[in-house]
Write a protein that binds this ligand. Structure first.
Ligand code: ADP
Ligand code: MG
Length: 720
């Protein structure tokens, strides 16, 4: 099977037992023809490859099968075993193993400690331990076999080599006078299995966040088909269906209101707590909750196309990427295991040379192998990212990749684009100053602005209509980004915008209109001029309102040690008035849209790490330029290319959440790496010197896996 164009393929992966398995599959996939890059996610049992047209999926499968794993392409629309189901299976499997192993290990331990010094007791211990090792603990040796075959020893190799040598020596010792230590091998396996069981359980919990997100969708919908109202399962909805929603009910899918009206709680998608009023013509989104009115809407997007599905996909994609710190950890662990094996061999050799007791030398070597095993390593980053990004989605913040967490840590300056983040971006026309005919001015300005997408344009058009102007469509129209608009109405060339624009176009500006602008701007409103026929004829003022949370968000950022800056195309006076209201210390005003990225770069060059919050359309260059770009999604549209983080509404509190949650997630990753890696390594000298019982080492290791995952799961409570 070959492919038409370059694309990204997702595979389900079976057979991975540790993070280094993921690394190995990654390497093999990456080497295949047509594969540009491959990322394997151990915690998510998933691989993602960017492939070119010449790729052959069968070749990829065969290559992966050769190193002992299997991959299966995930096809669009085909139901997959959910990650949750898979974890449930894994939990069951590990539970059976640990219970079985414990059942055999307890008698081995009792016989070894308190049993008679008899032949039958020794033989029974040998038999039971063999059962533990190769029955319930078979997974370690199977994995080791694969790892050795592909010449890349990993964690399982350490466990396997350690326990098999203890077991093998004890078997040999049955016929000599040497001490037995079957119980060591049995207890190590049982404890590590216990660790795997807890790990599987905790991984399931970590993956829950995303499942929960999917579950918030409605299960049923009340539709009217052929004039009859009926309840149908949500999956059976089709585009074009008319869906009826009663008060308190969930919206079943995305659509447009066709009758009725209500206010809708969209907080589960946007993180914004105030319900949004909807009437005919407005968009509604699946999973949001209708508050008090009855409304009918026509379904426009279903299934994978809905805002909810897009959000889930974005989160899944982020979870499949790898943080740079993880790549480093992967590389370390691939050289770590061979080194540990060498260290263990030396420990064995030196002890044997120094005191000549084989069993003691072997015990200490086994302790080294077991304590050094970085088994929790593969969990350190993915579990934290899984929980962090899942929790983010619940709170209205989407992280686009794993690198974000690392980059957010460095951010020290937060820059807000004023309009739409600190202010609502919904403006109203408040001032009309003219010595000409006011009706004519509103007619001309309103008609031109009606064609503009800018919030100012909408405000002027609406304000003109409210003042009884009957607007027409301009015959010519041009928006001059950051300066104003020009258009032809009724045969007249009209200009609306900044004074500089007027001067550039050769219009005379009477002083009284400039004075009017200044007066309006000092109250924090935005003022601009209207002119035609070679002269400026009036001043208009529009007011934006501060968002309810702007002051609190800025205060929280200050508390957390961030510097807060406002960046705007608006004039200095307006900007400074608003900045003073919000408590912002620095204002960069009168910046043309195209220069915003330049301003961000200037801050960056001053040695700051800049987080920029702006809308995804106009501010794309600045979002890209910033060290951390936070794009404000509009209308639950999360398919924003620019930026690293999507904020699902303009609520500035979401920027605070994004930064603090990213920091908390990164902190968790670092803590995890320590638990997975640091303290094991520190304990190696203890084990080498004979101060660490191998059974105790096994317990410590199991504990480190559990503590890593538990530490990650803590992030689920972030912000509560
Ligand atoms: P912001 O940084 O607040 O998003 P913009 O760069 O979009 O601001 O616009 C900057 C300034 O350009 C506005 O404050 C206004 O003076 C002028 N302007 C932009 N668009 C229009 C318009 N449609 N009508 C009148 N003035 C406009
Ligand atoms: Mg803007």
């Amino acid at each position: 099977m070959s492919r038409a164009t370059a694309e990204s393929i997702t595979f389900d992966v079976e057979g991975m037992t540790c993070a280094s398995c993921a690394l190995r599959i990654e390497r093999v996939l990456g080497k295949q023809e047509g594969v540009e890059s491959a990322i394997v996610n151990y915690a998510g049992h998933e691989a993602r490859a960017e492939v070119g047209p010449e790729v052959d999926i069968e070749v990829l499968k065969a290559a992966v099968a050769k190193i002992g794993y299997s991959i299966d392409e995930v096809k669009e629309g085909v139901e997959r075993t959910s990650v949750t189901e898979r974890y449930a299976e894994e939990v069951g499997y590990q539970r059976r193993n640990v219970i079985g192993a414990a059942f055999l290990t307890v008698p081995v331990f009792l016989l070894a400690q308190f049993g008679p010094d008899a032949r039958w007791s020794e033989n029974l211990q040998a038999l039971l331990t063999t059962g533990v090792l190769f029955g319930f603990g078979a997974q370690f040796h199977k994995a080791t076999f694969k790892q050795i075959k592909s010449l890349s020893p990993a964690m399982d190799t350490l466990v396997s080599v350690g326990t098999v040598s203890a077991w093998g020596f004890s078997l040999y010792a049955l016929s000599t006078d040497d001490a037995l230590f079957f119980e060591t091998a049995a207890i190590i396996i049982t404890l590590i299995l216990l660790g795997r069981f807890f790990e599987a359980r905790a991984k399931g919990q970590a993956s829950n966040a995303i499942t929960k997100l999917l579950e918030i969708g409605a299960k049923e919908a009340r539709v009217r088909r052929a004039g009859v109202e009926e309840m149908i399962p949500a999956e059976e909805l089709r585009v074009g269906d008319v869906v009826i929603v009663l008060p308190g009910e969930k919206i079943a899918t995305d659509g447009v209101v066709v009758s009725g009206g209500s206010s809708i709680d969209e907080s589960m998608l946007t993180g914004e707590s105030t319900p949004v009023d909807k009437s005919v013509g407005d968009d509604v989104f699946g999973a949001t909750v209708n508050q008090q009115g009855r409304l009918e809407f026509e379904a426009t997007r279903i299934g994978r196309e809905t805002a909810l599905s897009q959000i889930v996909r974005l989160v899944e994609e982020a979870q499949a990427t790898k943080a740079p710190v993880q790549k480093l950890a992967d590389r370390v662990s691939s050289v770590f295991v061979p080194i540990v094996i060498l260290v263990a061999l030396s420990v064995f050799g030196i002890w044997l040379a120094v005191n000549g007791v084989v069993s003691e030398a072997l015990t200490n070597a086994v302790a080294v192998l077991i304590i050094a095993c970085p088994c929790a390593m593969g969990l350190a980053t993915p579990t934290a990212i899984m929980v962090g990004s899942g929790r983010g989605a619940e709170l209205g913040v989407l992280f686009k990749n794993a690198e974000v967490f690392e980059r957010a840590k460095a951010v020290d300056t937060v820059v807000f684009d004023k309009t739409g983040t600190l202010t609502r971006g919904a403006m109203t026309l408040t001032d009309v100053v003219t010595d000409d005919d006011e009706g004519r001015l509103l007619f001309l300005a309103g008609s031109v602005e009606a064609a503009s997408e800018h919030p100012i344009g909408k405000a002027v058009a609406l304000g003109a209509e409210e003042r009884d102007a009957v607007l027409v469509t301009p015959t010519k129209f041009e928006a001059l980004g950051g300066r104003g608009v020009i258009g032809t109405v009724d045969g007249v060339d009209v200009i609306v915008g900044k004074s500089k624009l007027m001067a550039d176009r050769g219009l005379g500006i009477p002083d009284r209109y400039l004075e009017a602008m200044e007066r309006i701007e000092l109250t924090g409103k935005t003022a601009f001029l209207v002119g035609w026929g070679g002269e400026v004829r009036g001043t208009l003022g529009v007011a934006d309102t501060l968002r309810d949370t702007a002051v609190a968000a800025v205060a929280r950022l200050h508390d957390a040690g961030f510097e807060v800056t406002m960046l705007t195309g608006d004039n200095r006076r307006t900007a400074e008035t608003i900045a003073a209201q919000v408590g912002i210390d620095r204002v960069i005003a009168e910046v043309m849209p195209a220069d915003k990225a330049e301003e961000i770069k200037r801050l960056h060059d001053q040695g700051r790490s800049v987080g920029f919050v702006g809308d995804g359309i106009n501010d794309a260059p600045a979002l890209t330029r910033a060290d951390l770009g936070m794009a404000v999604g509009s209308g639950t549209d999360v398919a924003i290319e620019a930026g690293d983080v999507v904020l699902m509404s303009g609520d500035p509190m979401l920027a605070v959440t994004a930064l603090t949650l990213a920091r908390a997630t990164f902190r968790t990753i670092i803590q995890n790496l320590f638990w997975a890696f640091g303290y094991n390594t520190a304990a190696i000298p203890l084990a080498a010197l004979g101060f660490l019982n191998p059974m105790f080492a096994a317990g410590a290791m199991a504990l480190s896996s559990v503590s890593v995952v538990t530490n990650s799961v803590r992030l689920r409570r972030f912000g509560r």
